[in-house]
Design a protein around this ligand. Structure first.
Ligand SMILES: Nc1ncnc2c1ncn2[C@@H]1O[C@H](COP(=O)(O)OP(=O)(O)OP(=O)(O)O)[C@@H](O)[C@H]1O
Ligand SMILES: [Mg+2]
Length: 286
């Protein structure tokens, strides 16, 4: 089981959008995907309609070490896409984990529950520094951090997200390496000289930074993402062809590019996704 967290200490950069759409795309590619909603605001938990709702969620997993899948895992209307719902409305988990001796390692130690059942675990997090966020990073093999093309975001990234990675490096002494951080440009305007310049600056700023990698894939600002969110669908099913007159690729190709760069081991399956609900080259398009 591959474990990817989507993180940023800045809010509103597109973490939930990336987690929901990457999960939806990989599930449509035939992979078994589990989403973990670690944000106290249950945005990811309400993105997809549920076909069955488990009695418990993140709280039972982390506070009670609940191990029974049926009590933890809800099913979404998307085949092969399951979710552990955010249900820490009173925000007790952070304090609880802060004082628990195994706090930041708890999720890492619980991963074995999910391992036999899923190909990918995708963790969405809150846009602020917290014990939960550090715990998510320490449980992942790879962290993706969306960055929007504003200088402010770049500065915040240096101060916030990179500092977080640095702060958890002492876990090396326990044999735990912080995962590589993959920066993903998100909401890139189709035509903007300024945005291009900021992107180049970002690349220059981080190219020398060990453990930080800037993804070749970029996610343009397209209306298909909010539209898909409103419909509770992954964007690649909503926009599988490039709208005429637009230069940026269709959401299907954007998500395929990103998924392939993050999970090259599955490239053949990813190449077969067509945007047909639940299907790989079969049935009619909606
Ligand atoms: N590439 C994109 N193109 C257009 N709209 C986008 C794109 N990415 C994200 N958005 C929109 O931006 C808004 C914020 O995105 P999202 O909720 O994913 O951010 P977030 O980082 O999860 O925020 P928070 O920190 O509050 O959890 C949403 O309305 C989403 O639809
Ligand atoms: Mg979010």
């Amino acid at each position: 089981m591959h474990v990817i967290s989507v993180i940023s200490t800045k809010g509103g950069v597109g973490k939930t959008t990336i987690a929901a759409n990457l999960g939806g795309f990989l599930a449509d590619a035939g992979l078994r995907v589990l989403l973990l909603d670690l944000d106290v605001q249950p945005t990811l938990s309400s993105y997809y309609e549920l076909s069955s709702r488990a009695p418990g969620g993140i709280y039972e997993l982390l506070a009670f070490n609940e191990r029974e899948m049926a009590r933890l895992v809800s099913r979404t209307a998307i085949e092969r896409l399951d979710i552990v719902l955010s249900n820490d409305g009173h925000q007790q988990l952070n304090t609880l984990l802060l004082h628990a001796p195994d706090g930041r390692l708890r999720l890492r130690h619980l991963l074995s529950i999910f391992k036999p059942h899923y190909d990918l675990l995708l963790i969405d997090t809150q846009g602020a520094r917290s014990v939960l966020l550090e715990m998510a990073v320490l449980a992942s093999e790879l962290s993706v951090s969306p960055v929007t093309p504003e200088t402010l975001a770049a500065r915040e990234l240096k101060r916030g997200t990179l500092q977080l990675i640095e702060d958890i490096t002492p876990y090396r002494h326990l044999g735990i390496q912080p995962p590589p951080l993959h920066l993903l440009m998100n909401r890139v305007p189709a035509v903007s000289a300024n945005a291009r310049l900021i992107q180049q600056t970002l690349r220059l700023m981080f190219q020398e930074q060990a453990g930080v990698h800037i993804l070749d894939s970029e996610v343009p600002a397209i209306e298909a993402f909010p539209r898909a969110a409103t419909r509770g669908l992954p964007a690649h099913r909503v926009e599988y062809r490039r709208p005429s007159g637009r230069l940026t690729p269709a959401a299907l190709e954007i998500m395929r590019g990103l998924a392939t760069e993050l999970c090259p081991q599955w490239h053949e399956r990813l190449a077969a996704v067509t945007g047909t609900p639940g299907g790989l080259h079969h049935g009619k398009r909606p």
